[in-house]
Design a protein. Structure first.
Length: 672
């Protein structure tokens, strides 16, 4: 373990003794060890330095601490497991008790439901028995009345009273009323009276002629049957006139018969069901041409929704219908499909494959929504001018018609008449064709939605329905005349009829023209543009802006960057060059003193006669090498119908950012 090491230093020599540490494998000076000689260190079994001893002590303490922490953790985990087990068991017990309680309540509820159902059935049976008994009682009462009317009354014969002129026997009011046995009650001091007999006095029962009584609602069969005849028994009259008079005075009495109530209820249900209906029209460009006429026919009802797209294919529209959630969430809807010309014209699909796909989708939709209806429009067979287009369209129409007939009444096929396609140049509908088909579609949607059908006028549309375009044309002409300063003539007849309120009539000096609304809008746009340019000329900072920008339009040059903001300031002439402040502030740095030329941006020196100028216009001059056109192109200005030079705009943004960065650095630099 010990050794002797020699080390030469200077002119002399010295010896040093070392001891090897077995832990860190380092030689330690003998003086730092507990040994006095190297031989003693060699005799020792092992040597560990002080640092290694400290490390071993720390390791032992850490191991003991870790062991203690592990024991404590195990104890804590055991305690937590025991507590959680107790809580889980308690929760399970509560859940089991709650489950038992719910099961008992469910059984009680089922028993109550069973009892209620039994009571309901017993009540229904009792009502049926009551109805049967009521009918039997009414029949027995009628039979009893008929028997009582035919039964002879016991009365003395030989005394009779002559009948009156009205065919009725006279009798006393009040005291002389018939008893229940059919006999008569004789008043004091009055002679006995016997009613006259019929047919030579062989009988003593006289009946009045039967009158037909109307059975009113709410009266039972007994009352109706008792009101049929009036019986005079024992010389006195027993009738049901009082009950009939009460019924006649009561009148209909706001009572509704069961049939009328049921009819009214069904009408309400039908109206509410029709309010929940919707109409969805999916189609191509031809369907878009039907939109105005169809919506006009349904009164612009919001329950009719057009989802059309120019150049849409039938497969694309069917996918949209399949993915539309509002269609399948509606209880009852009608879906109109108007497409297929695109596939037949470009030959991307054959009629057989297109019809098979449509058949599969319609079968799926019919099973998915039981209250929905589907309408498929035929393709135009005339007007295309090409047999390669006409033949597939004709085959497609025949196959789709057959398929719709097989699907049932919920799938309709609308075949356009050949007269509608006569004279058109291409697969697109003409204006009159689109109007006629749109009106037909609107009438079909009105019938489904329960809307009021539009009034149909027989005759040319131009005579029966003045188009709204004519009115707008007249108004446009009047506005043009008023704008040009023309004075409308005054109508004397209207003035005389109008009284003190003078009404001027506008006389059109020019014939009505087409697209007048478009021309009026163009005129208004031109006037607004001219006023906008005049307001720009009033500001010298916007000199280049109003010269280079030709119309009022939104620019797509800006984004969320510093260069975009600086570009906007440069275009509008408000770039912060501090030229105006330099006139009134001594020793103020301006843009001319900054190294802006390295960024490619040049600014002119201010003139003496620019005292009223803003001093910040970066567009008044173009520098040494640039002119107005190059500067406008760099700032993103363009001519009418042209696109901006995106490369130049991006370069300008980067240059302005570089200029701004250098300006900020120079401004923040300490002054010497």
């Amino acid at each position: 373990m010990g050794r002797k090491a020699d080390r030469k230093a200077g002119s002399g020599s010295s010896s040093q003794e070392w001891v090897f540490c077995v832990s860190c494998e380092v030689w330690v000076d003998l003086e730092c060890t507990p040994f006095e000689t190297v031989e003693e260190a060699r005799a020792a079994p092992a040597f560990t330095c002080r640092q290694c001893e400290k490390i071993d002590t720390v390791k032992a303490e850490m191991a003991a601490l870790v062991k203690q922490q592990a024991d404590d953790s195990k104890l804590l985990i055991a305690n937590l497991e025991a507590r959680f087990e107790r809580e889980i068991n308690a929760y399970r017990s509560e859940c089991e008790a709650l489950r038992v309680t719910l099961q008992k309540e469910r059984e009680d509820k089922q028993g109550s439901t069973t009892e209620c159902e039994a009571l309901r059935q017993a009540l229904q049976q009792e009502e049926k028995l009551r109805e049967i008994l009521r009918v039997e009682i009414a029949a027995l009462r009628l039979a009893f009345e008929e028997m009582a009317a035919c039964r002879p009354a016991a009365a003395p014969s030989g005394t009779a009273e002559a009948p009156r002129g009205d065919g009725t026997a006279s009798h006393e009011d009040g005291a002389a009323n018939a008893s229940s046995s059919g006999g008569t009650v004789k008043a004091a001091g009055e002679p006995e009276k016997t009613p006259p007999t019929h047919r030579g006095g062989t009988g003593n029962v006289r009946t009045k002629p039967k009158t037909r009584a109307k059975r009113r609602p709410g009266t039972n069969g007994a009352q109706g049957q008792s009101a049929k005849s009036d019986v005079v028994r024992g010389g006195h009259e027993e009738t049901s006139l009082q009950g009939r008079e009460e019924q006649d005075l009561a009148g209909p009495r706001d009572q509704v018969t069961p049939g009328a109530a049921l009819k009214r209820h069904l009408e309400k249900l039908g109206a509410s069901a029709q309010q929940d209906r919707r109409a969805f029209v999916y189609g191509d460009g031809n369907a878009a041409r039907l939109k105005r006429a169809a919506l006009k026919a349904v009164g612009w009802n919001k329950r009719v929704m057009f989802r059309v797209k120019e150049g849409a294919s039938l497969q694309e529209l069917c996918s949209s219908v399949d993915l539309a959630e509002d269609i399948w969430q509606t209880p009852a809807a009608i879906v109109v499909l108007h497409a297929g010309s695109l596939e037949m014209s470009d030959g991307s699909s054959t009629p057989e494959s297109s019809v098979s796909q449509l058949r599969a989708l319609l079968t799926k939709w019919l099973q998915k929504a039981q209250g929905h209806r589907f309408v498929v429009y035929a393709l135009t067979e005339r007007g295309s001018g090409s047999e390669t287009h006409i033949n597939p369209c004709r085959e497609w129409n025949v196959a789709v018609r057959k398929m719709c007939e097989e699907q049932g009444p919920r799938v309709e096929f609308v075949g356009a008449s050949w007269r509608l396609g006569h004279g058109q140049q291409g697969p697109s509908y003409r204006d009159d064709t689109a109007d006629q088909l749109g009106q037909r579609l609107g009438r079909r949607l009105c019938a489904f939605l329960g809307l009021r059908m539009p009034t149909r006028h027989w005759g040319p549309p131009s005579q029966s329905h003045p188009a709204a375009g004519t009115l707008m044309t007249a108004l446009g002409q009047a506005i043009i005349q008023m704008a040009e300063g023309q004075h409308p003539h005054e109508n004397g007849r209207r003035r005389s009829q109008g009284g003190p309120h003078r009404v001027e009539a506008i006389r059109l000096t020019a014939p009505l023209q087409r697209d007048t609304r478009k021309k009026v809008r163009e005129s208004v746009s031109a006037v607004e543009t001219e006023r906008w340019r005049e307001s720009g000329r009033a500001k010298r900072a916007l000199a280049l802006y109003w010269e280079a920008k030709t119309d009022i339009a939104k620019e797509a040059l800006y984004d969320n960057s510093r260069g975009s903001g600086l570009l906007c300031e440069a275009r509008s002439g408000v770039l912060r060059t501090r030229s105006l402040r330099a006139r009134y502030t001594a020793e103020l740095d301006t843009i001319r003193d900054n190294p802006a030329h390295c960024a490619g941006v040049y600014w002119p020196a201010p003139c003496d006669n620019d005292a009223q100028d803003s001093g910040t216009s970066a567009q008044g001059a173009t520098g040494e090498t640039n002119d107005n056109s190059a500067l406008a192109r760099a700032l993103g200005f363009r001519g009418s119908g042209e696109t901006p030079s995106w490369e130049a705009v991006e370069a300008t943004k980067r240059r302005l950012e570089c200029w701004w960065r250098k300006q900020v650095e120079q401004t923040r630099a300490p002054r010497r």
